[in-house]
Design a protein around this ligand. Structure first.
Ligand code: ATP
Ligand code: MG
Length: 234
């Protein structure tokens, strides 16, 4: 089984143009698309969204996080694992990159496969990183979608640079994302406080919950009576 692309727990905010650009390049048959930008800008999120869209359009997709990968051999193993390529028995005796590349080239990639390679920056422009295009060079139906903080500087690379989210105006994506995260942080803080109370003393927590719900009830009923007072006096 191919390693599946993750499904983030929060919705993607903005980035529709960048996702469309990546999907368009993949649709046109680009062999290597790179999403480039500084850390935390949303490269992984854009790659994930674009690959789910490509899957809806009929491509198989696989995901490979190379953050902990440092040598050409490890690149080969990570790619073989993501693409579910069986490793030859002679792997330890010969160059694993060539062996995995040959195994990839032998397989029928059917309707086409998009391999998302995430967090590639430390491998870009290194000998270890050069293994990546070598591994898929014999399989034209495999396309690479790489996220990296720096460009790969390869002749076949088509780059989609990411700029920070637009932040002009209250309804801009950057403000929307900030508000979403702030709401989430506030909810998490309230939950943590309640969890801490219930661990310290389950009774105290229940009592505090029942106190706050009676406070809520009291507030509601006093609001109701204020309302009815004002409507009677009107
Ligand atoms: N457009 C977005 N919508 C929703 N969440 C986002 C968006 N952009 C970034 N995030 C959130 O911000 C954090 C960083 O995003 P992401 O991991 O995609 O950045 P990155 O550019 O891949 O960073 P790195 O270079 O460290 O790998 C994540 O928690 C992600 O969910
Ligand atoms: Mg990332």
């Amino acid at each position: 089984m191919l390693i599946p692309v993750p499904h983030p727990a929060t919705p993607l905010v903005g980035r529709s143009e960048e996702v469309a650009r990546v999907v368009g390049l993949v649709r046109e048959g680009a062999r290597l698309v790179s999403i480039i930008g500084i850390g935390g800008l949303g490269k992984t999120r854009v790659a994930i969204a674009a690959s789910h869209r490509a899957a809806e359009e009929g491509l198989d997709v696989a995901y490979c996080d190379v953050v902990a990968v440092h040598s050409a051999a490890e690149v080969a193993l990570a790619v073989a694992n993501a693409l579910d390529v069986e490793l030859p028995d002679s792997l330890s005796r010969r160059d694993p990159v060539d062996l995995v590349a040959a195994a990839i080239a032998r397989r029928d990639w059917g309707r086409g496969t998009l391999l998302v390679v995430d967090n590639f920056e430390h491998l870009a422009r290194t000998r270890a990183g050069e293994a990546l295009p070598r591994l898929v060079s014999g399989a034209p139906r495999i396309q690479l979608l790489v996220t990296s903080r720096v460009a790969l500087e390869r002749p076949e690379e088509l780059r989609v640079p990411l700029a920070p989210l637009a932040c002009a105006g209250d309804d801009s994506p950057a403000v929307e994302l900030l508000l979403a995260r702030t709401r989430h942080a506030a909810l998490a803080e309230a939950w943590r406080a309640d969890w801490g109370r219930s661990r310290a003393s389950p009774r105290a927590s229940m009592a505090s919950r029942s106190r706050s719900s009676s406070r809520r009830r009291a507030r509601t009923s006093s609001r109701r009576s204020a309302c009815s007072r004002s409507s009677t006096s009107a």
